[in-house]
Ligand binder design. Structure first.
Ligand code: HAM
Length: 417
């Protein structure tokens, strides 16, 4: 077949889905304990939402969006991230008049036309949280503590939190002027990408991967050293709160994030294992976005983590994840008992037992082989005799041990063993 999945997308096959479900359920469970409620938003939105939300100067909006015209001539875009859509839904559905703070979480796929690489896809999956309506550093710390708990429950180690403050509309413009002034005479020594960013988004030069070791970038002035007193106090309180909670972190003035909406706190969880795409999770505060999208001024903070990158990290730390589990029982039957087998199978399933029977008119031997291949835990043979006496011999596949049981006790026995 010459039809292939598009570049940058991947199939998540049945051997992998148990791990995905486990990670997603673990995330939902932690979110629930922090009273974050799940929200589901559309896969595509009006293009303008992302232009205004994510920001016109970002790589995402400039180069990476899957934008198309629908049959009604409207410009639509497959979401490149979750935050903008969640803010739109929060405003459109009046969640802003619900008690504050509103705490929302999501698990969704996102689309960016990016260069392929390890841990970098064009369709990828994010799990994220958004907290609307608190400007307190304790809200930033709560978001971060949710992540620490999630990683701890998954058994992840060696994942480093880096935090920074990129200021607010009061202190940022003066800093940006200073940064441009510093960079202007030497900008031609930096990579093409940095030169491109110089006018429209000079802060991104600070986290350029290509020029990370360049002294020009290393010695650039940082926003952290030029915060207004309110931002400085906010950042100091966040650090104190993280200390109070006992979390380790590194302050890194070069963490600036790739989306326009951030103000004050930004953070990333970085691993050394996912190649150059070491950022597993990114987030921060975005106090101006809700107003930008038409709401009342409302402070907000959130994060998203990449599920593919998280799974890669769990793998490289040798953390054993759930794998495909065979049925609890396989019922071997014969042509004249197959209908009864189907009925018993249904009853077992009705009793919350994972049961399988012969759907392929297989021979006795082929059924035995199949039960073994699908790793059934138990097996019974249902012949005329078994139906007459209502007694079966239940075989444990791991060691071949058999016990005699009344057919009526089968479900109870399997449940308890
Ligand atoms: P982001 O840093 O663009 O932030 O993406 C968050 C995470 O999604 C990344 O750390 C990474 O794990 C994953 N990710 C991003 N792009 C790709 C890709 N091409 N392939 C695989 N994984 C990828 C945001 O999206 C913000 N909305 C986060 C946020 C929420 N900030 C506040 N609230």
């Amino acid at each position: 077949m010459d039809l292939k999945a598009p570049r940058g997308t991947r199939d998540i096959l049945p051997v992998e889905t148990p791990a995905w479900q486990y990670v997603e359920q673990s995330f939902s469970s932690v979110c629930d304990r922090f009273s974050f409620q799940e929200i589901r938003v559309p896969t595509f939105e009006q293009t303008e939402l992302f232009q205004r939300g994510v920001g016109d100067t970002t790589d995402i909006v400039q180069k990476e969006m899957y934008t198309f015209e629908d049959k009604g001539g409207r410009s639509m875009t497959l979401r490149p991230e979750g935050t903008a859509g969640v803010v739109r839904a929060y405003l459109e559905n009046g969640l802003s008049s619900e008690p504050s703070p509103q705490k929302l979480y999501y698990i969704l796929n996102s689309f960016r036309y990016e260069k392929m690489g390890k841990g970098r896809y064009r369709e990828f999956n994010q799990m994220g949280c958004e907290l609307f309506g608190s400007e307190e550093p304790t809200a930033d710390a709560e978001i971060i503590s949710l992540l620490f708990l999630f990683f701890r429950e998954l058994g992840l180690k060696e994942i480093n939190l880096k935090i920074n403050s990129i200021g607010c509309p009061k202190c940022k413009p003066a800093y940006l002027d200073q940064l441009r002034e510093y960079l202007r005479p030497q900008i031609h020594e930096l990579c093409e990408n940095c030169q491109d960013r110089f006018e429209r988004n000079p802060m991104r030069i600070l986290d350029c991967k290509e020029d990370a070791e360049n002294e020009i970038v290393k010695n650039a002035p940082l926003q952290l050293e030029h915060l207004c007193s309110e931002c400085e106090e906010h950042f100091a309180s966040l650090c104190a709160e993280l200390d109070n909670l006992g979390f380790q972190y590194e302050i890194d003035g070069h963490i600036v994030r790739g989306l326009d909406y951030y103000s004050r706190t930004v953070f990333e969880f970085i691993s050394n294992n996912v190649g150059t795409q070491g950022t597993i999770c990114g987030g921060g505060r975005y106090d101006g976005l809700i107003e930008e999208l038409g709401g009342l001024p409302t402070p907000a903070v959130g994060f998203a983590l990449g599920v593919e990158r998280l799974l890669m990290e769990l793998n490289s730390q040798n953390i054993v994840l759930p794998s495909v589990k065979g049925p609890d029982i396989y019922i071997v039957s014969f042509p004249d008992t197959i209908n009864q087998a189907a009925k018993i199978c249904f009853e077992l399933r009705n009793n919350k037992i994972k049961a399988e029977n012969n759907l392929n008119a297989r021979s006795f031997r082929a059924q035995m082989k199949y039960a073994d291949r699908i790793q059934a835990k138990y097996l019974v043979v249902l012949g005329e005799d078994e139906l007459k006496t209502e007694k079966v011999s239940l075989k444990r596949m791991s060691d071949g041990e058999e016990i005699e049981l009344d057919l009526a006790d089968l479900a109870e026995y399997i449940k308890n063993n």
